[in-house]
Design a protein around this ligand. Sequence first.
Ligand code: SAM
Ligand code: SF4
Length: 323
Amino acid sequence: MKDGYGREINYIRISLTDRCNLRCVYCMPDGVQLLPREEILRESEILRIAQAAAALGIRHVKVTGGEPLVRRCCRNVIRGLKQIPGIETVTLTTNGILLQERLADLKESGIDGINISLDTTDPDLYRDLTGGGDVAIVTDAIRSCADSGIRTKINAVAMSLENEPLLEFARDLPVDVRFIEIMPIGYGKQFKPVDNRRILQAIREKHPDMVPEETARGYGPAVYYRIPGYRGAVGFISAIHGKFCGTCNRVRLTSMGYLKTCLCYEDGTDLRRILRDAALSEEEKDRILQEAMREAILKKPEAHCFDEPQSITENHLMASIGG
Ligand code: SAM
Ligand code: SF4
C-alpha cells in the first residue's frame, strides 16, 4: 500500500529478539535488559502479523534482531513466512557467529538471502568492535554461505576509511559488500559517521575502473558499483549523507510487537496489544490488526531527522529496532 506521501510500502524488517551473542560498540556494548519471555512475540503471532502485512502489500521480509539466530524458532519463522501468499522474498540479517551450524536448516527453509555483518577482517579490531567476537568464525561462515548458493551480502558499518582488506576478502566470492553509515540511534550517537562519499572516493582512487552497477540488487536503498575482477558488487547505504527517505519502502516490527514506521521516531502502533486482547474474536483480531497497520503506515513520517538530533524521539537501542 502507499503511505501518506505516496511511497509504496512493501518491505518489513521483523526483529525476533533483542538479545545478542555479541556486544558491538555502537549497538549494545553492555547487552540489553532481559525481557520476560511472554513479552516477546510468539512464532504464531509473528506469522499472523506478517499475514496482515502481506494483505496490505508487504512483499519482502527481513528477519533481524538482536541476533535472530539465538532464537530457536528462527528457521520455523522463515519457513512460515515463505508460505504466506504475497510474500516474495524472506531474507535474514545475522552477525554470522551461529550461521555455520544453522546453514543447512536455513537453506532448507527456503531463505532468499543472508546478510552478514562484518565491519573489519582484522581479528583484534573485530574483537574490540564486537566485545569479544572471533572474526574467523564469521569469515568461514560467509564462505560457506556463499558456497551453499544462498545469496550472500556483507554489511559493514564503516568505522574508518580503511576498507580495502574487507573488499580483498570478498574479491573472489560471489558476495556484495555494502558500507553503512552509522546512525545516531542508541550508542550510535557516540560515533561520528564516516561519510560514504569519502569511502567511495578512497575506493575509486584505488580502483579507477570502478563503474556504477545498473541492475537492481535488492529492495533497499543501497547504491551499487562494480570493480572489474571482483565477483560481487560494492554498495553504499548512506542514510546520513545520502538521505533516501523520499523512496523509503519499509516499516519495522520490534520483538515486542510494536510496528515502527521510521527509525528516527517512536511513531507506530502496538500490534501485540491487539493480538492478546481477550475481548476480541480471532476474526476481529485479524481485521483490527490490518486496520491498525494501515493507519500507522498512512502516518509514516516524511523523513528522518538525524541532522537535528534534538528532534529524534527514538530512545531504543538499534538491537531493539532491528537495524
Ligand atoms: N545481529 C544482527 C547483525 O548484526 O546483523 C542483526 C541486527 S543488527 C542491529 C542489524 C544491522 O544494524 C547490523 O548490520 C549492524 O551493524 C547495524 N547497526 C547497528 N547499530 C547501528 C547504528 N547505530 N547505525 C547503523 N547501523 C547499525
Ligand atoms: Fe548484536 Fe547485531 Fe547489535 Fe552487533 S549489531 S550487538 S551483532 S545486534
